[in-house]
Design a protein around this ligand. Structure first.
Ligand code: PEP
Ligand code: MG
Length: 566
């Protein structure tokens, strides 16, 4: 069989050679059309008790993050409102299957509609429980356990409760049709040190049972159809170098040191956080600060805004956990698909192009003022950054800054030791005006997630056009380059806090464009720090120049993959 390359997303770092074992192809085929008979309420109760029994048994055996996850699932399962809603549907005349699908579907929809990846992941939890209940209804609680040791596991639908009971070193690697790095499955795989590539989509279906593959998870890449000779050589190498857990530990040790390029230039690698509780882990993983603290968690899912004191305490917690490093707080990024019940939002056809981000804060002035007071007071004696989301003009930044100055004027001693005020570059307008906007701020942080959707006219949440959504598009890269160039002319520094910053593949490219700071999901820090240490500024600049001259994201990715170092 000839070699072919499958592209996906890096979910858990590492490299492996091995043979494919399909986890769930058989199951999906077998499950088609199964029905249950008898008293529907009893059938539902039986399904619940089977799933509870199965999860409890797994929970007793699991350790660490896996154990915690299974405990959380058991809690949802035992929550009377979850089960009660299903029982009610059955009483209304629905079948147990319809009741399970209806209730889990409803919960899933609510969670998936939220932009925060943490809450979106809750949708997956409920979906997973729903799938288990459906299996239990048809008499199959969990799949027949197969021996996965030494295999590269391919799965369409990987369940976190399955992975939770795996042992480190057992499964060689995982290839998953879906998935993103914030999925529970990904987090568990990372903690087990199992390399994983997700988001492989339809390409995964072409893999045959027993086919030999080479998984390069850092690059989000799988080479299928490798020869037996290559496989044996690869496995020999693996044994020699002690990949997997040991590799991860080596990366972690290296990540404790400040980030430097191969020619010794200091670059900053920071964390993206959405909750204060995440800060200690980020520090352990080598974060040299927080480049993006999403403050939305304080404002969502409630019927009145958080008080100044509640906010101050939460912001202080992050700052103290990260001290002496700087924490950059993004002011509330509500609107779009993140409405608040206590703020009036219009009905819009295109909420992502509407009333969101700084636009809301400048109108809801009391809300904005309270947040700024809380941020500035929390920063007493420490290093704080404040940045505004969704900016398109100098007027907006100046209005935001004026509010910061006004609040500072009201405060006495309770203020940061060092304060920087910046803005996110998430719109082509902001990137194109970077040199001018740099007069009004201390720094820029490029939000490549939004910048990509606004540049390419591709909704970041749409699955229909997701193949067109690609931050490696040369147009996006040129805007990043322009932003950095404009800022540097005025002596300002620039970071990237969109997902692109966490990609190993993009590290030399962003270095070559002159980036000063990378901010990413904490678990990505070790691998990105290492990637940056393998390049000199000159080498990276030559690479970036070549990439910017290309005319498609595919060509850019190919170039970067050919040049990748490990
Ligand atoms: C971005 O747009 O890249 C960004 C970091 O902000 P968010 O993902 O929260 O919109
Ligand atoms: Mg954004």
């Amino acid at each position: 069989m000839t070699e072919r390359v499958l592209k996906g997303l890096s979910l858990s770092p590492g490299e492996a050679f091995g043979e494919v074992l399909w986890l769930d192809r058989e199951r999906e085929e077998k499950d088609q059309g199964e029905v249950t008979s008898g008293n529907p309420l009893e059938a539902l109760a039986l399904a619940f008790s089977r799933v509870e029994e199965d999860l409890s048994a797994k929970e007793r055996e699991a350790q660490g993050a896996g154990k915690e996850l299974l405990q959380a699932y058991l809690e949802i399962l035992k929550d009377p409102s979850f089960r009660g809603a299903m029982e009610e549907k059955v009483r209304e005349g629905k079948s147990p299957r319809e009741a399970i699908e209806g209730v889990t579907g409803h919960f899933k929809e609510v969670f998936s509609g939220l932009e925060d990846p943490y809450f979106r992941e809750r949708a997956r939890d409920v979906e997973e429980l729903g799938e288990k209940l459906l299996l239990a209804l048809s008499g199959k609680v969990s799949q027949k356990e197969r021996d996965l040791s030494g295999k590269v596991v391919a799965a369409r639908n990987l369940l976190a409760s399955q992975v939770a009971s795996w042992k480190a070193g057992e499964v060689k690697a995982v290839l998953w049709k879906e998935g993103n790095a914030t999925a529970h499955v990904a987090i568990l795989l990372q903690s087990l040190g199992i390399p994983a590539v997700g988001g492989l989509g339809e390409a995964l279906e072409g893999l045959q049972e027993g086919e030999r593959v080479h998984v390069e998870a850092d690059l989000g890449q799988v080479t299928a159809g490798v020869s037996e000779k290559a496989l044996l050589e690869g496995e020999k190498e693996e044994k020699k170098e002690g990949k997997g857990k040991e590799r991860e530990e080596a990366l972690l040790r290296a990540a404790a040191a400040p980030s430097r390029t191969r020619d010794g230039k200091r670059v900053e690698v920071a964390a993206n956080l959405a909750h204060p509780a995440e800060a200690p882990r980020a520090k352990e993983l080598g974060a040299e600060g927080v480049g993006l603290f999403r403050t939305e968690f304080l404002f969502m899912e409630r019927d009145r805004p958080p008080s100044e004191e509640e906010q101050r305490a939460a912001y202080r917690e992050v700052l103290e956990a990260m001290a002496p490093h700087r924490v950059i707080f993004r002011t509330l990024d509500a609107g779009g698909d993140k409405p608040l019940s206590y703020v009036e939002f219009p009905q819009e056809e295109n909420p992502f192009l509407g009333y969101r981000g700084l636009r809301v804060s400048l109108k809801e002035r009391d809300l904005f003022r309270t947040q700024l007071r809380a941020l500035l007071r929390a920063g007493k004696g420490l290093s704080v950054g404040i940045m505004f989301p969704m900016v398109v003009s100098g007027e907006e930044v100046l209005a935001g800054r004026a509010m910061v100055d006004e609040v500072l004027g009201e405060l006495g001693e309770e203020r940061p030791l060092r304060l920087e005020v910046g803005m996110m570059v998430e719109t082509p307008a902001a990137a194109l005006l970077a040199e001018e906007l740099a007069d009004h701020v201390d720094f820029f942080s490029i939000g490549t997630n939004d910048l990509t959707q606004y540049t390419l006219a591709v909704d970041r949440g749409s699955t229909w056009v997701s193949s067109l959504y690609d931050p490696y598009h040369p147009a996006v890269l040129r805007l990043i380059g322009m932003t950095i160039e404009g800022a540097h002319k005025k002596g300002r520094w620039v970071g990237v806090c969109g997902e692109l910053a966490g990609e190993v593949l993009a590290a030399p490219l962003l270095l070559g464009l002159g980036l000063d700071e990378w901010s990413m999901a904490p678990q990505k820090i070790p691998a990105v720090k290492r990637a940056l240490s393998l390049w000199t500024g000159d080498e990276a600049r030559a690479l970036a120049e070549e990439a910017l001259a290309l005319d498609s994201p595919e060509k850019v990715r190919k170039l970067l993959e050919n040049e990748a170092r490990s």
